[in-house]
Design a protein. Structure first.
Lengths: 164, 365
């Protein structure tokens, strides 16, 4: 019977002691301990989070770098392509210009030649005329040198004329 | 909390009725009495029952070893005589001192002729520093030292890894916080109950462990004393009903969605259950710790029982007894922790159920 009979004295001291220890520990032990624990947990969590964030940033940075590199590569390709195009265009332009210039030069040369030729021909014609005149003069001179010859010519001419 | 409790206990009749109610719960009591009778009836030199009962019950003096006894202060209050205080060394069994007498470990008031004065005894309040109370004070001082020094260690190196005592207590504190309070009460409201749960957990655990220490600062069967379990259970009960929300009361008084006919049966069961929960807490702690002490002592008593028959037999049995006591001691170390854990967990679950929100309840039923 004694075992299951709560004694008043023990209950009394238990209430007082438990009340005191609950109050003291609550105020001076649990509060700072729990605060420190949660602070530390938070700081660990923060550290982990920031590490994770740094990793993400690193990844983003790397991705950015790669992107920039790719862009640069692309740009370089574009530039090379442009340069090639420009070069080709320049060459083709130059070729075109050269061709037209040559054409033009050929044409003017041909014109010149034609002109020269014409001038030469005209000159030749003139000279041939002069020469022919000189020859005719000389022939006339020699043909009409005597009276008989002049008489013969008149006769001939007269013979040809029909007196109708 | 305490004032409410004292208001109740001040009325002597209610207190006595309450005792009666509690004693009805224990068929155990009758058994232990019978045991005592049969033991004392035989003219034996060694009485195992008396020895065990003497060790597991409270006493006004602290038995150290052999005939060395540490006297403890006796404090008595009665409305007639006021406060009386004297050393327990004056109270030899059966001798009157200052109008008081120690009969079967209980102090009674005696009149001038030396016979028990029933009327004066009924008005006598014994608030002596008994073995259990002294042991509790030691444990409380130990706890204060442990936890204030730990708190100081936390303050002195904030954000650093724990050292020494800190690293012993930190996992336990985190265990109580995360696995008991957070899981049973919930993330939102556990903080309010956490100081109480931590204090109860360490109070029970440390006192359980001290009860296992066989020499002076330990050895008292404090947590195996029903008064301690009862006080803790009543505190848990009061916290539960004080912090309980409307949802809790509604489920006890009239479970929603249950027809009236069933409520007639269910409501008394729910109300009984409300009181049964702390009762279970008390009985579990008390019975477990008491049983551990009784078993350990029984093994030792076996040695002397057999030694009475034959000295050689006593030595032979001693080997097995000591081996078994060591085994039981190991088991009790586990039980000491387990009971502290179970008590705290159940208390947390009662708190959790008292503040449960509506939608949780619906999922429950």
């Amino acid at each position: 019977m004694e075992l299951v009979k709560p004694e008043f004295g023990l209950i009394f001291w238990m209430c007082i002691s438990f009340g005191i220890i609950l109050w003291i520990l609550g105020k001076f032990a649990w509060k700072p301990i729990l605060k420190m624990l949660s602070d530390r947990e938070n700081s660990i969590q923060d550290a982990l989070d920031s590490a994770e964030r740094a990793k993400e940033e690193m990844k983003a940075l790397q991705a950015g770098n790669e992107k920039i590199l790719a862009e640069a590569r692309h740009e370089r390709d574009l530039m090379l392509k442009d340069a090639r195009e420009i070069r080709e265009k320049m060459i083709s332009d130059a070729k075109g210009i050269a061709a037209t210039e040559g054409e033009r030069m050929l044409k003017s040369a041909r014109e010149n030649i034609q002109n020269e030729k014409m001038a030469a021909i005209t000159d030749l014609k003139n000279q041939v005329g002069v020469l022919s005149l000189e020859i005719a003069e000389k022939i006339l001179k020699s043909e009409l040198a005597s009276d008989e010859k002049q008489k013969a010519l008149v006769n001939t001419l007269l013979k040809d004329v029909n007196l109708n | 909390m305490n004032t409410r409790f004292f208001a109740m206990t001040n009325k002597i009749n209610i207190y006595k009725h309450f005792l009666l109610l509690i004693s009805v719960f224990f068929s155990f009591a009758a058994f232990s009495q019978e045991e005592n009778k049969s033991e004392t009836a035989k003219p034996k030199k060694f009485d195992a029952g008396e020895l065990i009962i003497g060790h597991i019950t409270d006493s006004h003096e602290w038995h150290v070893a052999g005939h060395i006894v540490l006297p403890l202060p006796v404090i008595l209050y009665s409305s007639d005589k006021g406060l009386t205080m004297f050393s327990s060394s004056h109270l030899e069994e059966g001798e009157a001192y200052n109008g008081f007498k120690l009969i079967k470990n209980h102090i009674v008031a005696v009149n001038a002729e030396g016979t028990t004065d029933e009327a004066a005894t009924a008005k006598l309040w014994d608030i002596s520093i008994t073995k259990n109370v002294a042991s509790m004070f030691v444990s409380i001082l130990l706890m204060l030292w442990m936890f204030t020094s730990t708190a100081k260690a936390y303050k002195n190196n904030p954000g650093k890894a724990p050292k020494g005592m800190q690293s012993l207590l930190e996992p336990l504190i985190i265990f109580v916080r995360d696995d008991i309070a957070k899981s049973a009460i919930g993330e939102k409201k556990y903080k309010k109950y956490l100081p109480f749960l931590l204090t109860v957990f360490f109070f029970i655990w440390i006192n359980n462990l001290m009860g296992l220490v066989p020499f002076l600062p330990g050895g008292a069967n404090l947590t195996g004393n029903i008064a301690v379990g009862m006080t803790l259970a009543i505190i848990v009960f009061l916290i539960t009903i004080v912090t309980a929300n409307w949802n809790y009361w509604r489920h006890i008084i009239a479970m929603p969605g249950v027809p009236i006919g069933v409520l007639v049966i269910l409501t008394p069961i729910e109300i009984f259950g409300m009181f049964l929960k702390p009762m279970v807490l008390m009985i579990r702690l008390f019975a477990n710790m008491l049983a551990g002490h009784i078993i350990a002592l029984s093994f030792f008593c076996l040695i002397f029982i057999f030694a009475e028959m034959n000295t050689g037999l006593g030595y032979g049995v001693a080997v097995f007894s000591v081996a078994f006591t060591i085994f039981m001691g190991m088991l009790e170390l586990l039980v000491a922790f387990l009971q502290a854990y179970v008590f705290t967990l159940l208390a947390a679950m009662y708190f959790g159920s008292a503040i449960e929100e509506h939608h949780h309840e619906e999922a429950h039923h």
